[in-house]
Design a protein. Structure first.
Length: 204
């Protein structure tokens, strides 16, 4: 389990509500980008919380439920492929993070953000590179975001079964590129992510 050392630095200085914030879905060729913000009480303990990428799907699902049971507040922000194409993936990611933060029922005193930068916050924040591997709250947010997005992609798989979204979740796997080459992009593909789709078409 990732330690709470970072959170305790703030809790011990009287900063009560600390929100870990992370996203899932910046890299895929299709679907939304999803962010989560999670606030925990200082007595929290959940064994196994880690960067969502280091966990199996079964373990993420188990931890998802435990995080929801133990958190003081959770917010989720979802920005779809249309907005991603309009504002670019970085700005769409920030937008989803702000949406997640805005849905917290407890107003955070400080934000711990995964990644090198963040903009537009009126709440004090700290960015942490590889935060999902270093900070408990960010790791928990990564799990909430990943499970939420994976469930959305499984629903899209029912609507567009020829692409295999339930398996690859929209990432540019060989099978996914082959499906794009065969069927062309569908409604939820990100048109601004041109290169992989173009390469798939050129290699047909």
């Amino acid at each position: 389990m990732i330690s709470l050392d970072i959170e305790y630095k703030y809790w011990n200085n009287g900063i009560k509500y600390i929100a870990g914030v992370d996203e899932a879905g910046r890299g895929p060729l299709a679907g939304p980008v999803v962010s989560a913000a999670v606030i925990f009480p200082s007595e929290v303990k959940i064994d196994g919380v880690n960067d969502s990428k280091q966990l199996s799907e079964k373990e993420r699902e188990r931890l998802f439920d435990l995080i929801k049971e133990n958190a003081l507040s959770i917010g989720v922000g979802i920005v779809d492929h249309i907005i991603i194409d309009e504002v670019n993936i970085l700005n769409a990611t920030f937008r989803s993070m702000h949406e997640a933060i805005g849905k917290l029922t407890n107003q955070p005193d400080h934000l711990l953000i995964d990644g090198p930068r963040f903009t537009g916050a009126n709440i004090p924040f700290t960015t942490i590179i590889d935060g999902d591997a270093k900070c408990f709250s960010i790791a928990a947010a990564s799990i909430i975001a990943k499970v939420t997005r994976d469930r959305l992609m499984k629903e899209y798989d029912k609507q567009f079964p020829q692409y295999g979204f339930a398996k690859h979740k929209g990432y540019g796997t060989k099978a996914h590129l082959e499906a794009i080459r065969k069927h062309g992009p569908c409604e939820i593909h990100r048109r601004s992510f041109r290169m992989p789709i173009k390469l798939a078409e050129e290699n047909a």
